[in-house]
Design a protein around this ligand. Structure first.
Ligand code: 5GP
Length: 180
């Protein structure tokens, strides 16, 4: 059995970039592709970024016990397919880039899971960036900002916390952490 690693962090912290670097530079790691009911964003490919499925299909999969974990996040479901992860773990380390509620479920079911939280060097700067790039309503923005605090409030329950100050240094810290 290889290692299962969860990577979480608030929106805009750069966790997606770090995971991409990790996958590109390390053949012994693979990422799970999650299922979601949210609509694809421009450039997202079904089966690569997510499996984009309907709410009905997602709920069927919950009933079939098809998820390792799942959560409702901003009115959409997100979940990790159980089959893929358990099968892949026989040969490769698996990375799950998921939010904190899902991370807690995985740790409970598989206590050996390594939980890594990526945090920003400055909370104010991160929030300012989210405000600048926000294209939504005031209410959605308020929810997103509150969500940043919520995600970060879970730091103590994570095995490792990495500050994404300089991208390459954060990547090296992440690599060292998960290979130890
Ligand atoms: P986005 O809609 O921006 O792609 O993702 C929103 C949040 O959902 C991110 O924090 C992302 O890490 C998380 N997420 C993506 N896939 C899963 C999943 O399978 N399970 C859970 N619990 N969260 C997920």
């Amino acid at each position: 059995m290889k290692r299962l690693v969860v990577i979480s962090g608030p929106a805009g912290v750069g966790k997606g970039t770090l995971v991409k670097m990790l996958l590109e530079r390390n053949e012994d790691f693979t990422a799970s592709v999650s299922c979601t009911t949210r609509a694809p964003r421009v450039g997202e490919i079904d089966g690569t970024h997510y499996f984009f499925i309907t709410k009905e299909r997602f709920e069927e999969k919950i009933a079939e016990d098809g998820f390792l974990e799942y959560d409702r996040h901003f009115d959409n479901y997100y979940g990790t397919p159980k089959d893929f992860v358990l099968k892949t773990l026989k040969e490769k380390n698996v990375i799950l880039e998921i939010e904190v509620n899902g991370a807690m479920q995985v740790k409970k079911a598989y206590p050996k899971t390594m939980l890594v939280m990526i945090v920003p060097p400055s909370l104010e700067e991160l929030k300012e960036r989210l405000i600048q790039r926000n294209s939504e309503t005031e209410e959605t923005l308020a929810k997103r900002l509150a969500r940043v605090d919520y995600e970060l409030s879970f730091c103590k329950q994570y095995d490792f916390v990495i500050v994404n100050d300089d991208l390459e240094s954060a990547y090296q810290a992440l690599l060292k952490t998960i290979k130890q």
